[in-house]
Design a protein around this ligand. Structure first.
Ligand SMILES: C[S@@+](CC[C@H](N)C(=O)[O-])C[C@H]1O[C@@H](n2cnc3c(N)ncnc32)[C@H](O)[C@@H]1O
Length: 309
């Protein structure tokens, strides 16, 4: 299967321990229990007993189940609710500026779209802010779920594709109707919810370049990082309280200097400070920063290529 030979996936597998499937994977009922545990933990402090459900710690993203991800995402919602709104406003504003849902409005792309929550409010219904929307993810179960979630009447404007973010430009050329990605159509190419932070370094560099190439000099590439200035708060009030997401860990797993958490289960995440985000855009990617906003748990950055490709 092509997907299994993907360089990004291979790199991700090197980073993660091998998948443990079968009895260790969460079933739907366990996921609901985890979800309930999670909501309680997030609202009322550390859990009194052990976690309700076994952790999906050694799963890798390409085979993560929808229930596993959404139970974790549900946990995230209480901690990241404001950031979800800020992300929608930030990206929505850029889409509006480029024509919104009008005939000549932008193609909005999300790489690593997961189960599709970030794209929905921007692409579906009367409040849509873009002409066309595309979500890509290398997890086929997530993409199947996204397709089931999008209302049928939006099918001609909203697509979800299984694909590797390191092949974003090629994927768009091969799979999208010309009208969606023609040269005159502005593109807003996004990677949100710290998705970039879970990618191995060599994959990340390729994804940045693909995003910038697709966005060009008249669109936007948008990256939403989790804010390094909130890392300490997140360790205490998010990760410690949600062991079903990252496993149990001690202080040895936390590097406050680099804002990185690497737990014994293999979970790894990096939080990014605003000055680091600017540096990544300007130095690592070679993009011009057009807008940078620090809002609560997020650092939201929009940039574009300085020269045409
Ligand atoms: C942390 S989740 C975030 C999902 C979504 N952006 C959100 O905020 O809810 C990261 C997602 O990126 C996907 N992903 C990671 N690396 C990828 C790659 N190289 N190509 C495509 N998808 C990738 C994973 O399958 C997963 O769904």
């Amino acid at each position: 299967m092509v997907l299994l030979r993907s360089p990004a996936l291979a790199a991700w597998r090197r980073l993660r321990p091998p998948a443990r499937l079968g009895p260790h994977a969460l079933g739907a009922a366990q996921a609901r229990a985890a979800s309930a545990h999670c909501a309680t933990a997030a609202l009322s402090g550390p859990p009194a007993g052990p976690p309700v459900a076994p952790r999906p710690a050694n799963e890798d993203w390409a085979s993560f189940s929808v229930e596993q991800w959404r139970s974790a995402a549900y946990c995230s919602k209480s901690f990241f609710a404001q950031l979800s709104e800020d992300t929608t406003d930030f990206i929505g504003g850029l889409c509006d500026e480029l024509g919104g849902a009008d005939e000549h409005g932008p193609l909005l792309v999300e790489v690593g779209c997961g189960t599709g929550e970030a794209l929905l409010p921007l692409s579906v219904g009367a409040g849509a802010r873009c002409r066309f929307a595309l979500g890509i993810d290398f997890n086929p179960a997530f993409i199947r779920y996204c397709r089931e979630t999008v209302p049928e009447e939006c099918g001609s404007r909203v697509k979800h594709l299984v694909g590797d973010a390191t092949d974003l430009v090629g994927l768009c050329q091969r799979e999208l109707p010309v009208e969606w990605h023609a040269e005159g159509r502005p593109k807003v190419v996004t990677c949100v919810g710290n998705t970039i932070g879970i990618m191995p370094q060599e994959v990340r560099a390729k994804v940045y370049q693909q995003m910038m190439e697709l966005a060009g000099t008249d669109g936007y590439m948008v990256v939403v990082y989790w804010n390094g200035n909130r890392f300490g708060d997140a360790v205490q009030n998010f990760y410690h309280k949600n062991p079903q997401l990252c496993g149990e860990f001690t202080g040895a797993s936390v590097d406050f200097d680099t804002c990185t958490l690497t737990t014994p289960s293999g979970y790894s995440t990096h939080w990014t400070k605003p000055e680091e985000a600017r540096h990544i855009f300007e130095t690592e990617i070679g993009a011009r920063v057009v807008k940078l906003q620090e809002s609560g748990n997020g650092v939201l950055v929009a940039g574009r290529a300085m020269w045409p490709f």
